[in-house]
Ligand binder design. Structure first.
Ligand code: ARG
Length: 592
C-alpha cells in the first residue's frame, strides 16, 4: 500500500497533468509533505507554486483549478493566505480503512524498499588497548539502529566492526605486556588491563629516556612478523574482543563480521602500487600521496584547504616516507574488499564528524578510480557533560561505555525499587536493565545526530518527556488496558473471525489514527536520511496522542461497536510502539 502522501502526490500529479497538458514538465512529480499546522490540513503541496511560472499562470488560480479536479481520499483546499499552497485533509473513512489494513498487516503499513541494496554498515569500531569513548557509544547505537531499519526495509545488511587492531599503540602495549602487565587483571578485566598498561607505558615514556625507542623496536618486531610479538598481539585482540562482546551482548547489538584494520595488511602495498601505476597517487617528499585532480570547485574539493588567503593542497597520504601505511590506506583497501567480496553497492560509515575530511577524501579517491556506489559518512557530533564541556568522569577521564551502562542500570534499579516495591527482585533487575539501557539508547537516538548533546542522567531516566521510560511506560499502560477488558467482539477481530470496524467520531480518535497511519511514512524517511531521531520523535508523538485519546475516550465504559473500535486503536498503538522501539533496539516490558 502506498503511504498517504505518496497517494496524494500521485492524485495531484494526475490532476496537474489534466490541467496543464503539454505544459507539465516531463517526469514532474508533485511533492507532498506533512503539514506543520493541522489547522490547515494533514498534508500540503507547493506544486502549483513550482509550476505556475513556466506555465504562465497565476499560482493561486492554478491551485484552485487543480483542486476542483481532485476527488480522492482527501479534501483539498487552497490556503486563503499565501501564494497557492494546496492543503489536504484526509477523510475520516480513509483513516478508518488504513487502521483496518494495519490490523491485518504485520509490517503495519510499511512497504519494503523497491530498490533493495546490498549494504555494509561500518560502526562502533573501537581501538584495541585504547579507551572506547563516548564517540564509540554514539556510533554503536546509531549504527545498530540503521542496521535494524535497513533490514526491516528489505535491504541485505552486513554489519562489520572495523576495530583498530593494528597501530602504533602496540609498541607500548608489547613492552608493557612483557614488563608490567598483571595477568590476573587481564583475565578479569581485559579491556581495562590493557588500557591501564597502555597509559602507564605512555606516562613512563615521557620520563624514562630510551623507553620510547624500546617500544618502537617492539613495534618493528611485530611488523616484521616476530613470533612472540605476533602471539601477544593476537592475545590482546582476543581478550579485547571477548570484553567487547560482553558489552555488545548487554546492548543486544551484534556484528556479522569483525574485520579489523589488520585484516587488510597484505592488501596495502599492492593498492599503493596500483594507485601509483595509474597516476592517481604520486610521490611527494618520499611519501606517496593523492592530490586533487581538479575536478571539483575548490570549496568542494576535499584535497584543498583555504589558508593564508589561498587554496592550498592537503593530500591524502597513503604511504609515509618510512614505508608505513596509514588509516586512509586501510580504508581504501577495506572499501575494495567490501565491494569485491560482499558485492556491496552501499557502504555507510557511522563515524564522528571530525573524520569528515578523511571520508570525503576516501570517497573522492574512489571516484578517481572509477568506483561508484552509495558511500556515506553518517557523521555525528559530541556528547557534552552538563557543564557543556566534553563528557568526562569526575577525574577528567573519558567515560567508558561499560561505566555508562552500569550507572544507567543502577540508577534505573533505584527508580524501579521506588515505584514497584512489590515486584520480585529478579523481575526488578530485568526491568532495571531494560529501562537503563533503553534510556541510554533513546537519549542518543532522539537527538539530531549532527548536534552535540548534553548527557543528563535525570532527564534520560525521567518517566515524562521524550524518554525511553516514558515510552516503555506508555506501552505498559496500553497493554494493561487490553488485559483488563474481555471483549468478545474484539477477540473475534484479533483471531481473524470477524472484520474490524473502526469508528472515528471523536477528534482524539482521529488524531490517534492519523498518528498511527504515519508510521508507514516515518520508517522509510528515517532510514533515507539516516536520522533515527525522526522515528524517536514520532514514537513520542504517538504515545502522547494515545494518552490524550485515552483521557477523552473511555474504552472500558463504552459500548460496542465503539468499544471494540477503541480496543483496536489500543492494539495498533501497542504494535507500533513495539515494532518502532524494536527498530531502535529498545526493549519493551509487559509490566514495570
Ligand atoms: N577506529 C576508528 C576510530 O576509533 C573508527 C573506524 C571507523 N571505520 C573506518 N572504516 N574508518 O576513530
Amino acid at each position: 500500500m502506498m503511504t498517504l502522501p505518496e497517494q496524494i502526490a500521485e492524485e495531484l500529479t494526475n490532476a496537474l497533468r489534466e490541467e496543464l497538458g503539454e505544459a507539465l514538465p516531463a517526469g514532474f512529480h508533485a511533492v507532498v509533505t506533512a503539514s506543520q499546522d493541522l489547522q490547515y490540513g494533514d498534508y500540503q503541496s507547493n506544486a502549483a507554486m513550482v509550476l505556475a511560472k513556466a506555465a504562465r499562470k497565476n499560482p493561486r488560480e492554478l491551485a484552485q483549478a487543480v483542486v476542483t479536479r481532485l476527488a480522492g481520499m482527501a479534501e483539498a483546499t487552497v490556503s486563503v493566505a499565501g501564494p497557492g499552497f494546496i492543503n489536504f485533509r484526509i477523510k475520516v473513512e480513509e483513516y478508518a480503512a488504513r487502521m483496518v489494513a494495519m490490523l491485518g498487516d504485520e509490517r503495519l503499513g510499511v512497504a519494503l524498499s523497491e530498490q533493495p541494496k546490498k549494504l555494509v554498515i561500518d560502526f562502533s569500531a573501537p581501538n584495541v588497548a585504547k579507551p572506547m569513548h563516548v564517540g564509540h557509544i554514539r556510533s554503536t547505537i546509531i549504527g545498530d539502529t540503521l542496521a535494524r531499519l535497513a533490514r526491516f526495509m528489505g535491504h541485505t545488511v552486513i554489519t562489520d566492526n572495523h576495530i583498530g587492531d593494528w597501530g602504533t599503540q602496540f609498541g607500548m602495549i608489547l613492552w608493557g605486556w612483557k614488563n608490567l602487565l598483571d595477568q590476573r587483571e587481564l583475565e578479569e578485566h581485559p579491556i581495562d588491563a590493557l588500557l591501564t598498561t597502555y597509559k602507564e607505558v605512555n606516562k613512563r615514556c615521557k620520563e624514562q629516556p630510551g623507553l620510547l625507542e624500546a617500544c618502537k623496536a617492539e613495534l618493528v618486531r611485530l611488523q616484521n612478523g616476530d613470533a612472540e610479538n605476533l602471539d601477544i598481539w593476537k592475545r590482546c585482540i582476543e581478550v579485547t574482543k571477548r570484553g567487547l562482546e560482553k558489552i555488545y551482548d548487554k546492548l543486544d547489538i551484534h556484528f556479522d563480521y569483525w574485520l579489523g584494520e589488520s585484516f587488510y595488511n597484505d592488501a596495502l602495498e599492492p593498492l599503493v602500487n596500483d594507485l601509483l601505476a595509474r597516476g592517481i597517487a604520486r610521490e611527494s617528499d618520499g611519501a606517496v600521496c593523492v592530490f586533487s585532480d581538479g575536478k571539483h570547485a575548490p570549496k568542494d574539493d576535499p584535497f584543498l584547504v583555504y589558508k593564508d588567503g589561498q587554496w592550498q593542497p592537503v593530500p591524502a597520504i597513503i604511504r609515509k616516507a618510512d614505508g608505513a601505511f596509514l588509516y586512509a590506506t586501510t580504508d581504501l583497501a577495506t572499501l575494495d574488499y567490501r565491494i569485491s567480496h560482499f558485492q556491496a553497492d552501499s557502504i555507510w560509515y557511522v563515524v564522528g564528524a571530525p573524520q569528515e575530511k578523511h571520508f570525503k577524501q576516501i570517497f573522492d579517491i574512489e571516484r578517481m578510480r572509477g568506483v561508484t556506489g552509495d558511500f556515506r559518512h553518517v557523521a555525528f557530533g559530541s556528547i557534552l557533560g552538563k557543564d557543556r564541556r566534553p563528557f568526562k568522569t569526575r577525574d577528567g577521564e573519558t567515560v567508558s561505555l561499560q561505566d555508562v551502562i552500569d550507572e544507567a542500570v543502577q540508577r534505573a534499579a533505584r527508580v524501579v525499587k521506588d515505584k514497584s516495591p512489590d515486584m520480585p527482585a529478579e523481575e526488578q533487575a530485568a526491568v532495571a536493565e531494560a529501562v537503563g539501557i533503553g534510556a541510554i539508547k533513546f537519549a542518543e537516538l532522539s537527538q539530531n545526530r549532527l548536534s552535540d548533546y548534553i548527557f543528563d542522567w535525570e532527564k534520560m531516566l525521567s518517566l515524562s518527556g521524550d524518554t525511553a521510560p516514558y515510552l516503555q511506560n506508555s506501552y505498559v499502560r496500553v497493554r494493561a488496558i487490553e488485559r483488563k477488558i474481555d471483549d468478545p467482539e474484539f477477540a473475534a477481530v484479533l483471531s481473524g473471525a470477524a472484520k474490524p470496524q473502526i469508528l472515528l467520531n471523536e477528534e482524539r480518535e482521529i488524531n490517534l489514527a492519523r498518528s498511527l497511519a504515519r508510521f508507514a511514512e516515518v520508517v522509510p524517511a528515517t532510514l533515507d536520511d539516516c536520522r533515527p531521531n525522526l522515528l524517536a520523535a514520532y514514537l513520542y508523538e504517538l504515545a502522547r496522542a494515545f494518552h490524550s485519546f485515552y483521557e477523552a475516550c473511555p474504552v472500558l465504559r463504552s459500548e460496542n461497536p465503539t468499544r471494540s473500535s477503541r480496543l483496536a486503536l489500543c492494539e495498533l498503538t501497542a504494535r507500533v510502539l513495539r515494532l518502532g522501539m524494536s527498530l531502535l533496539g529498545i526493549r519493551l516490558l509487559e509490566r514495570m
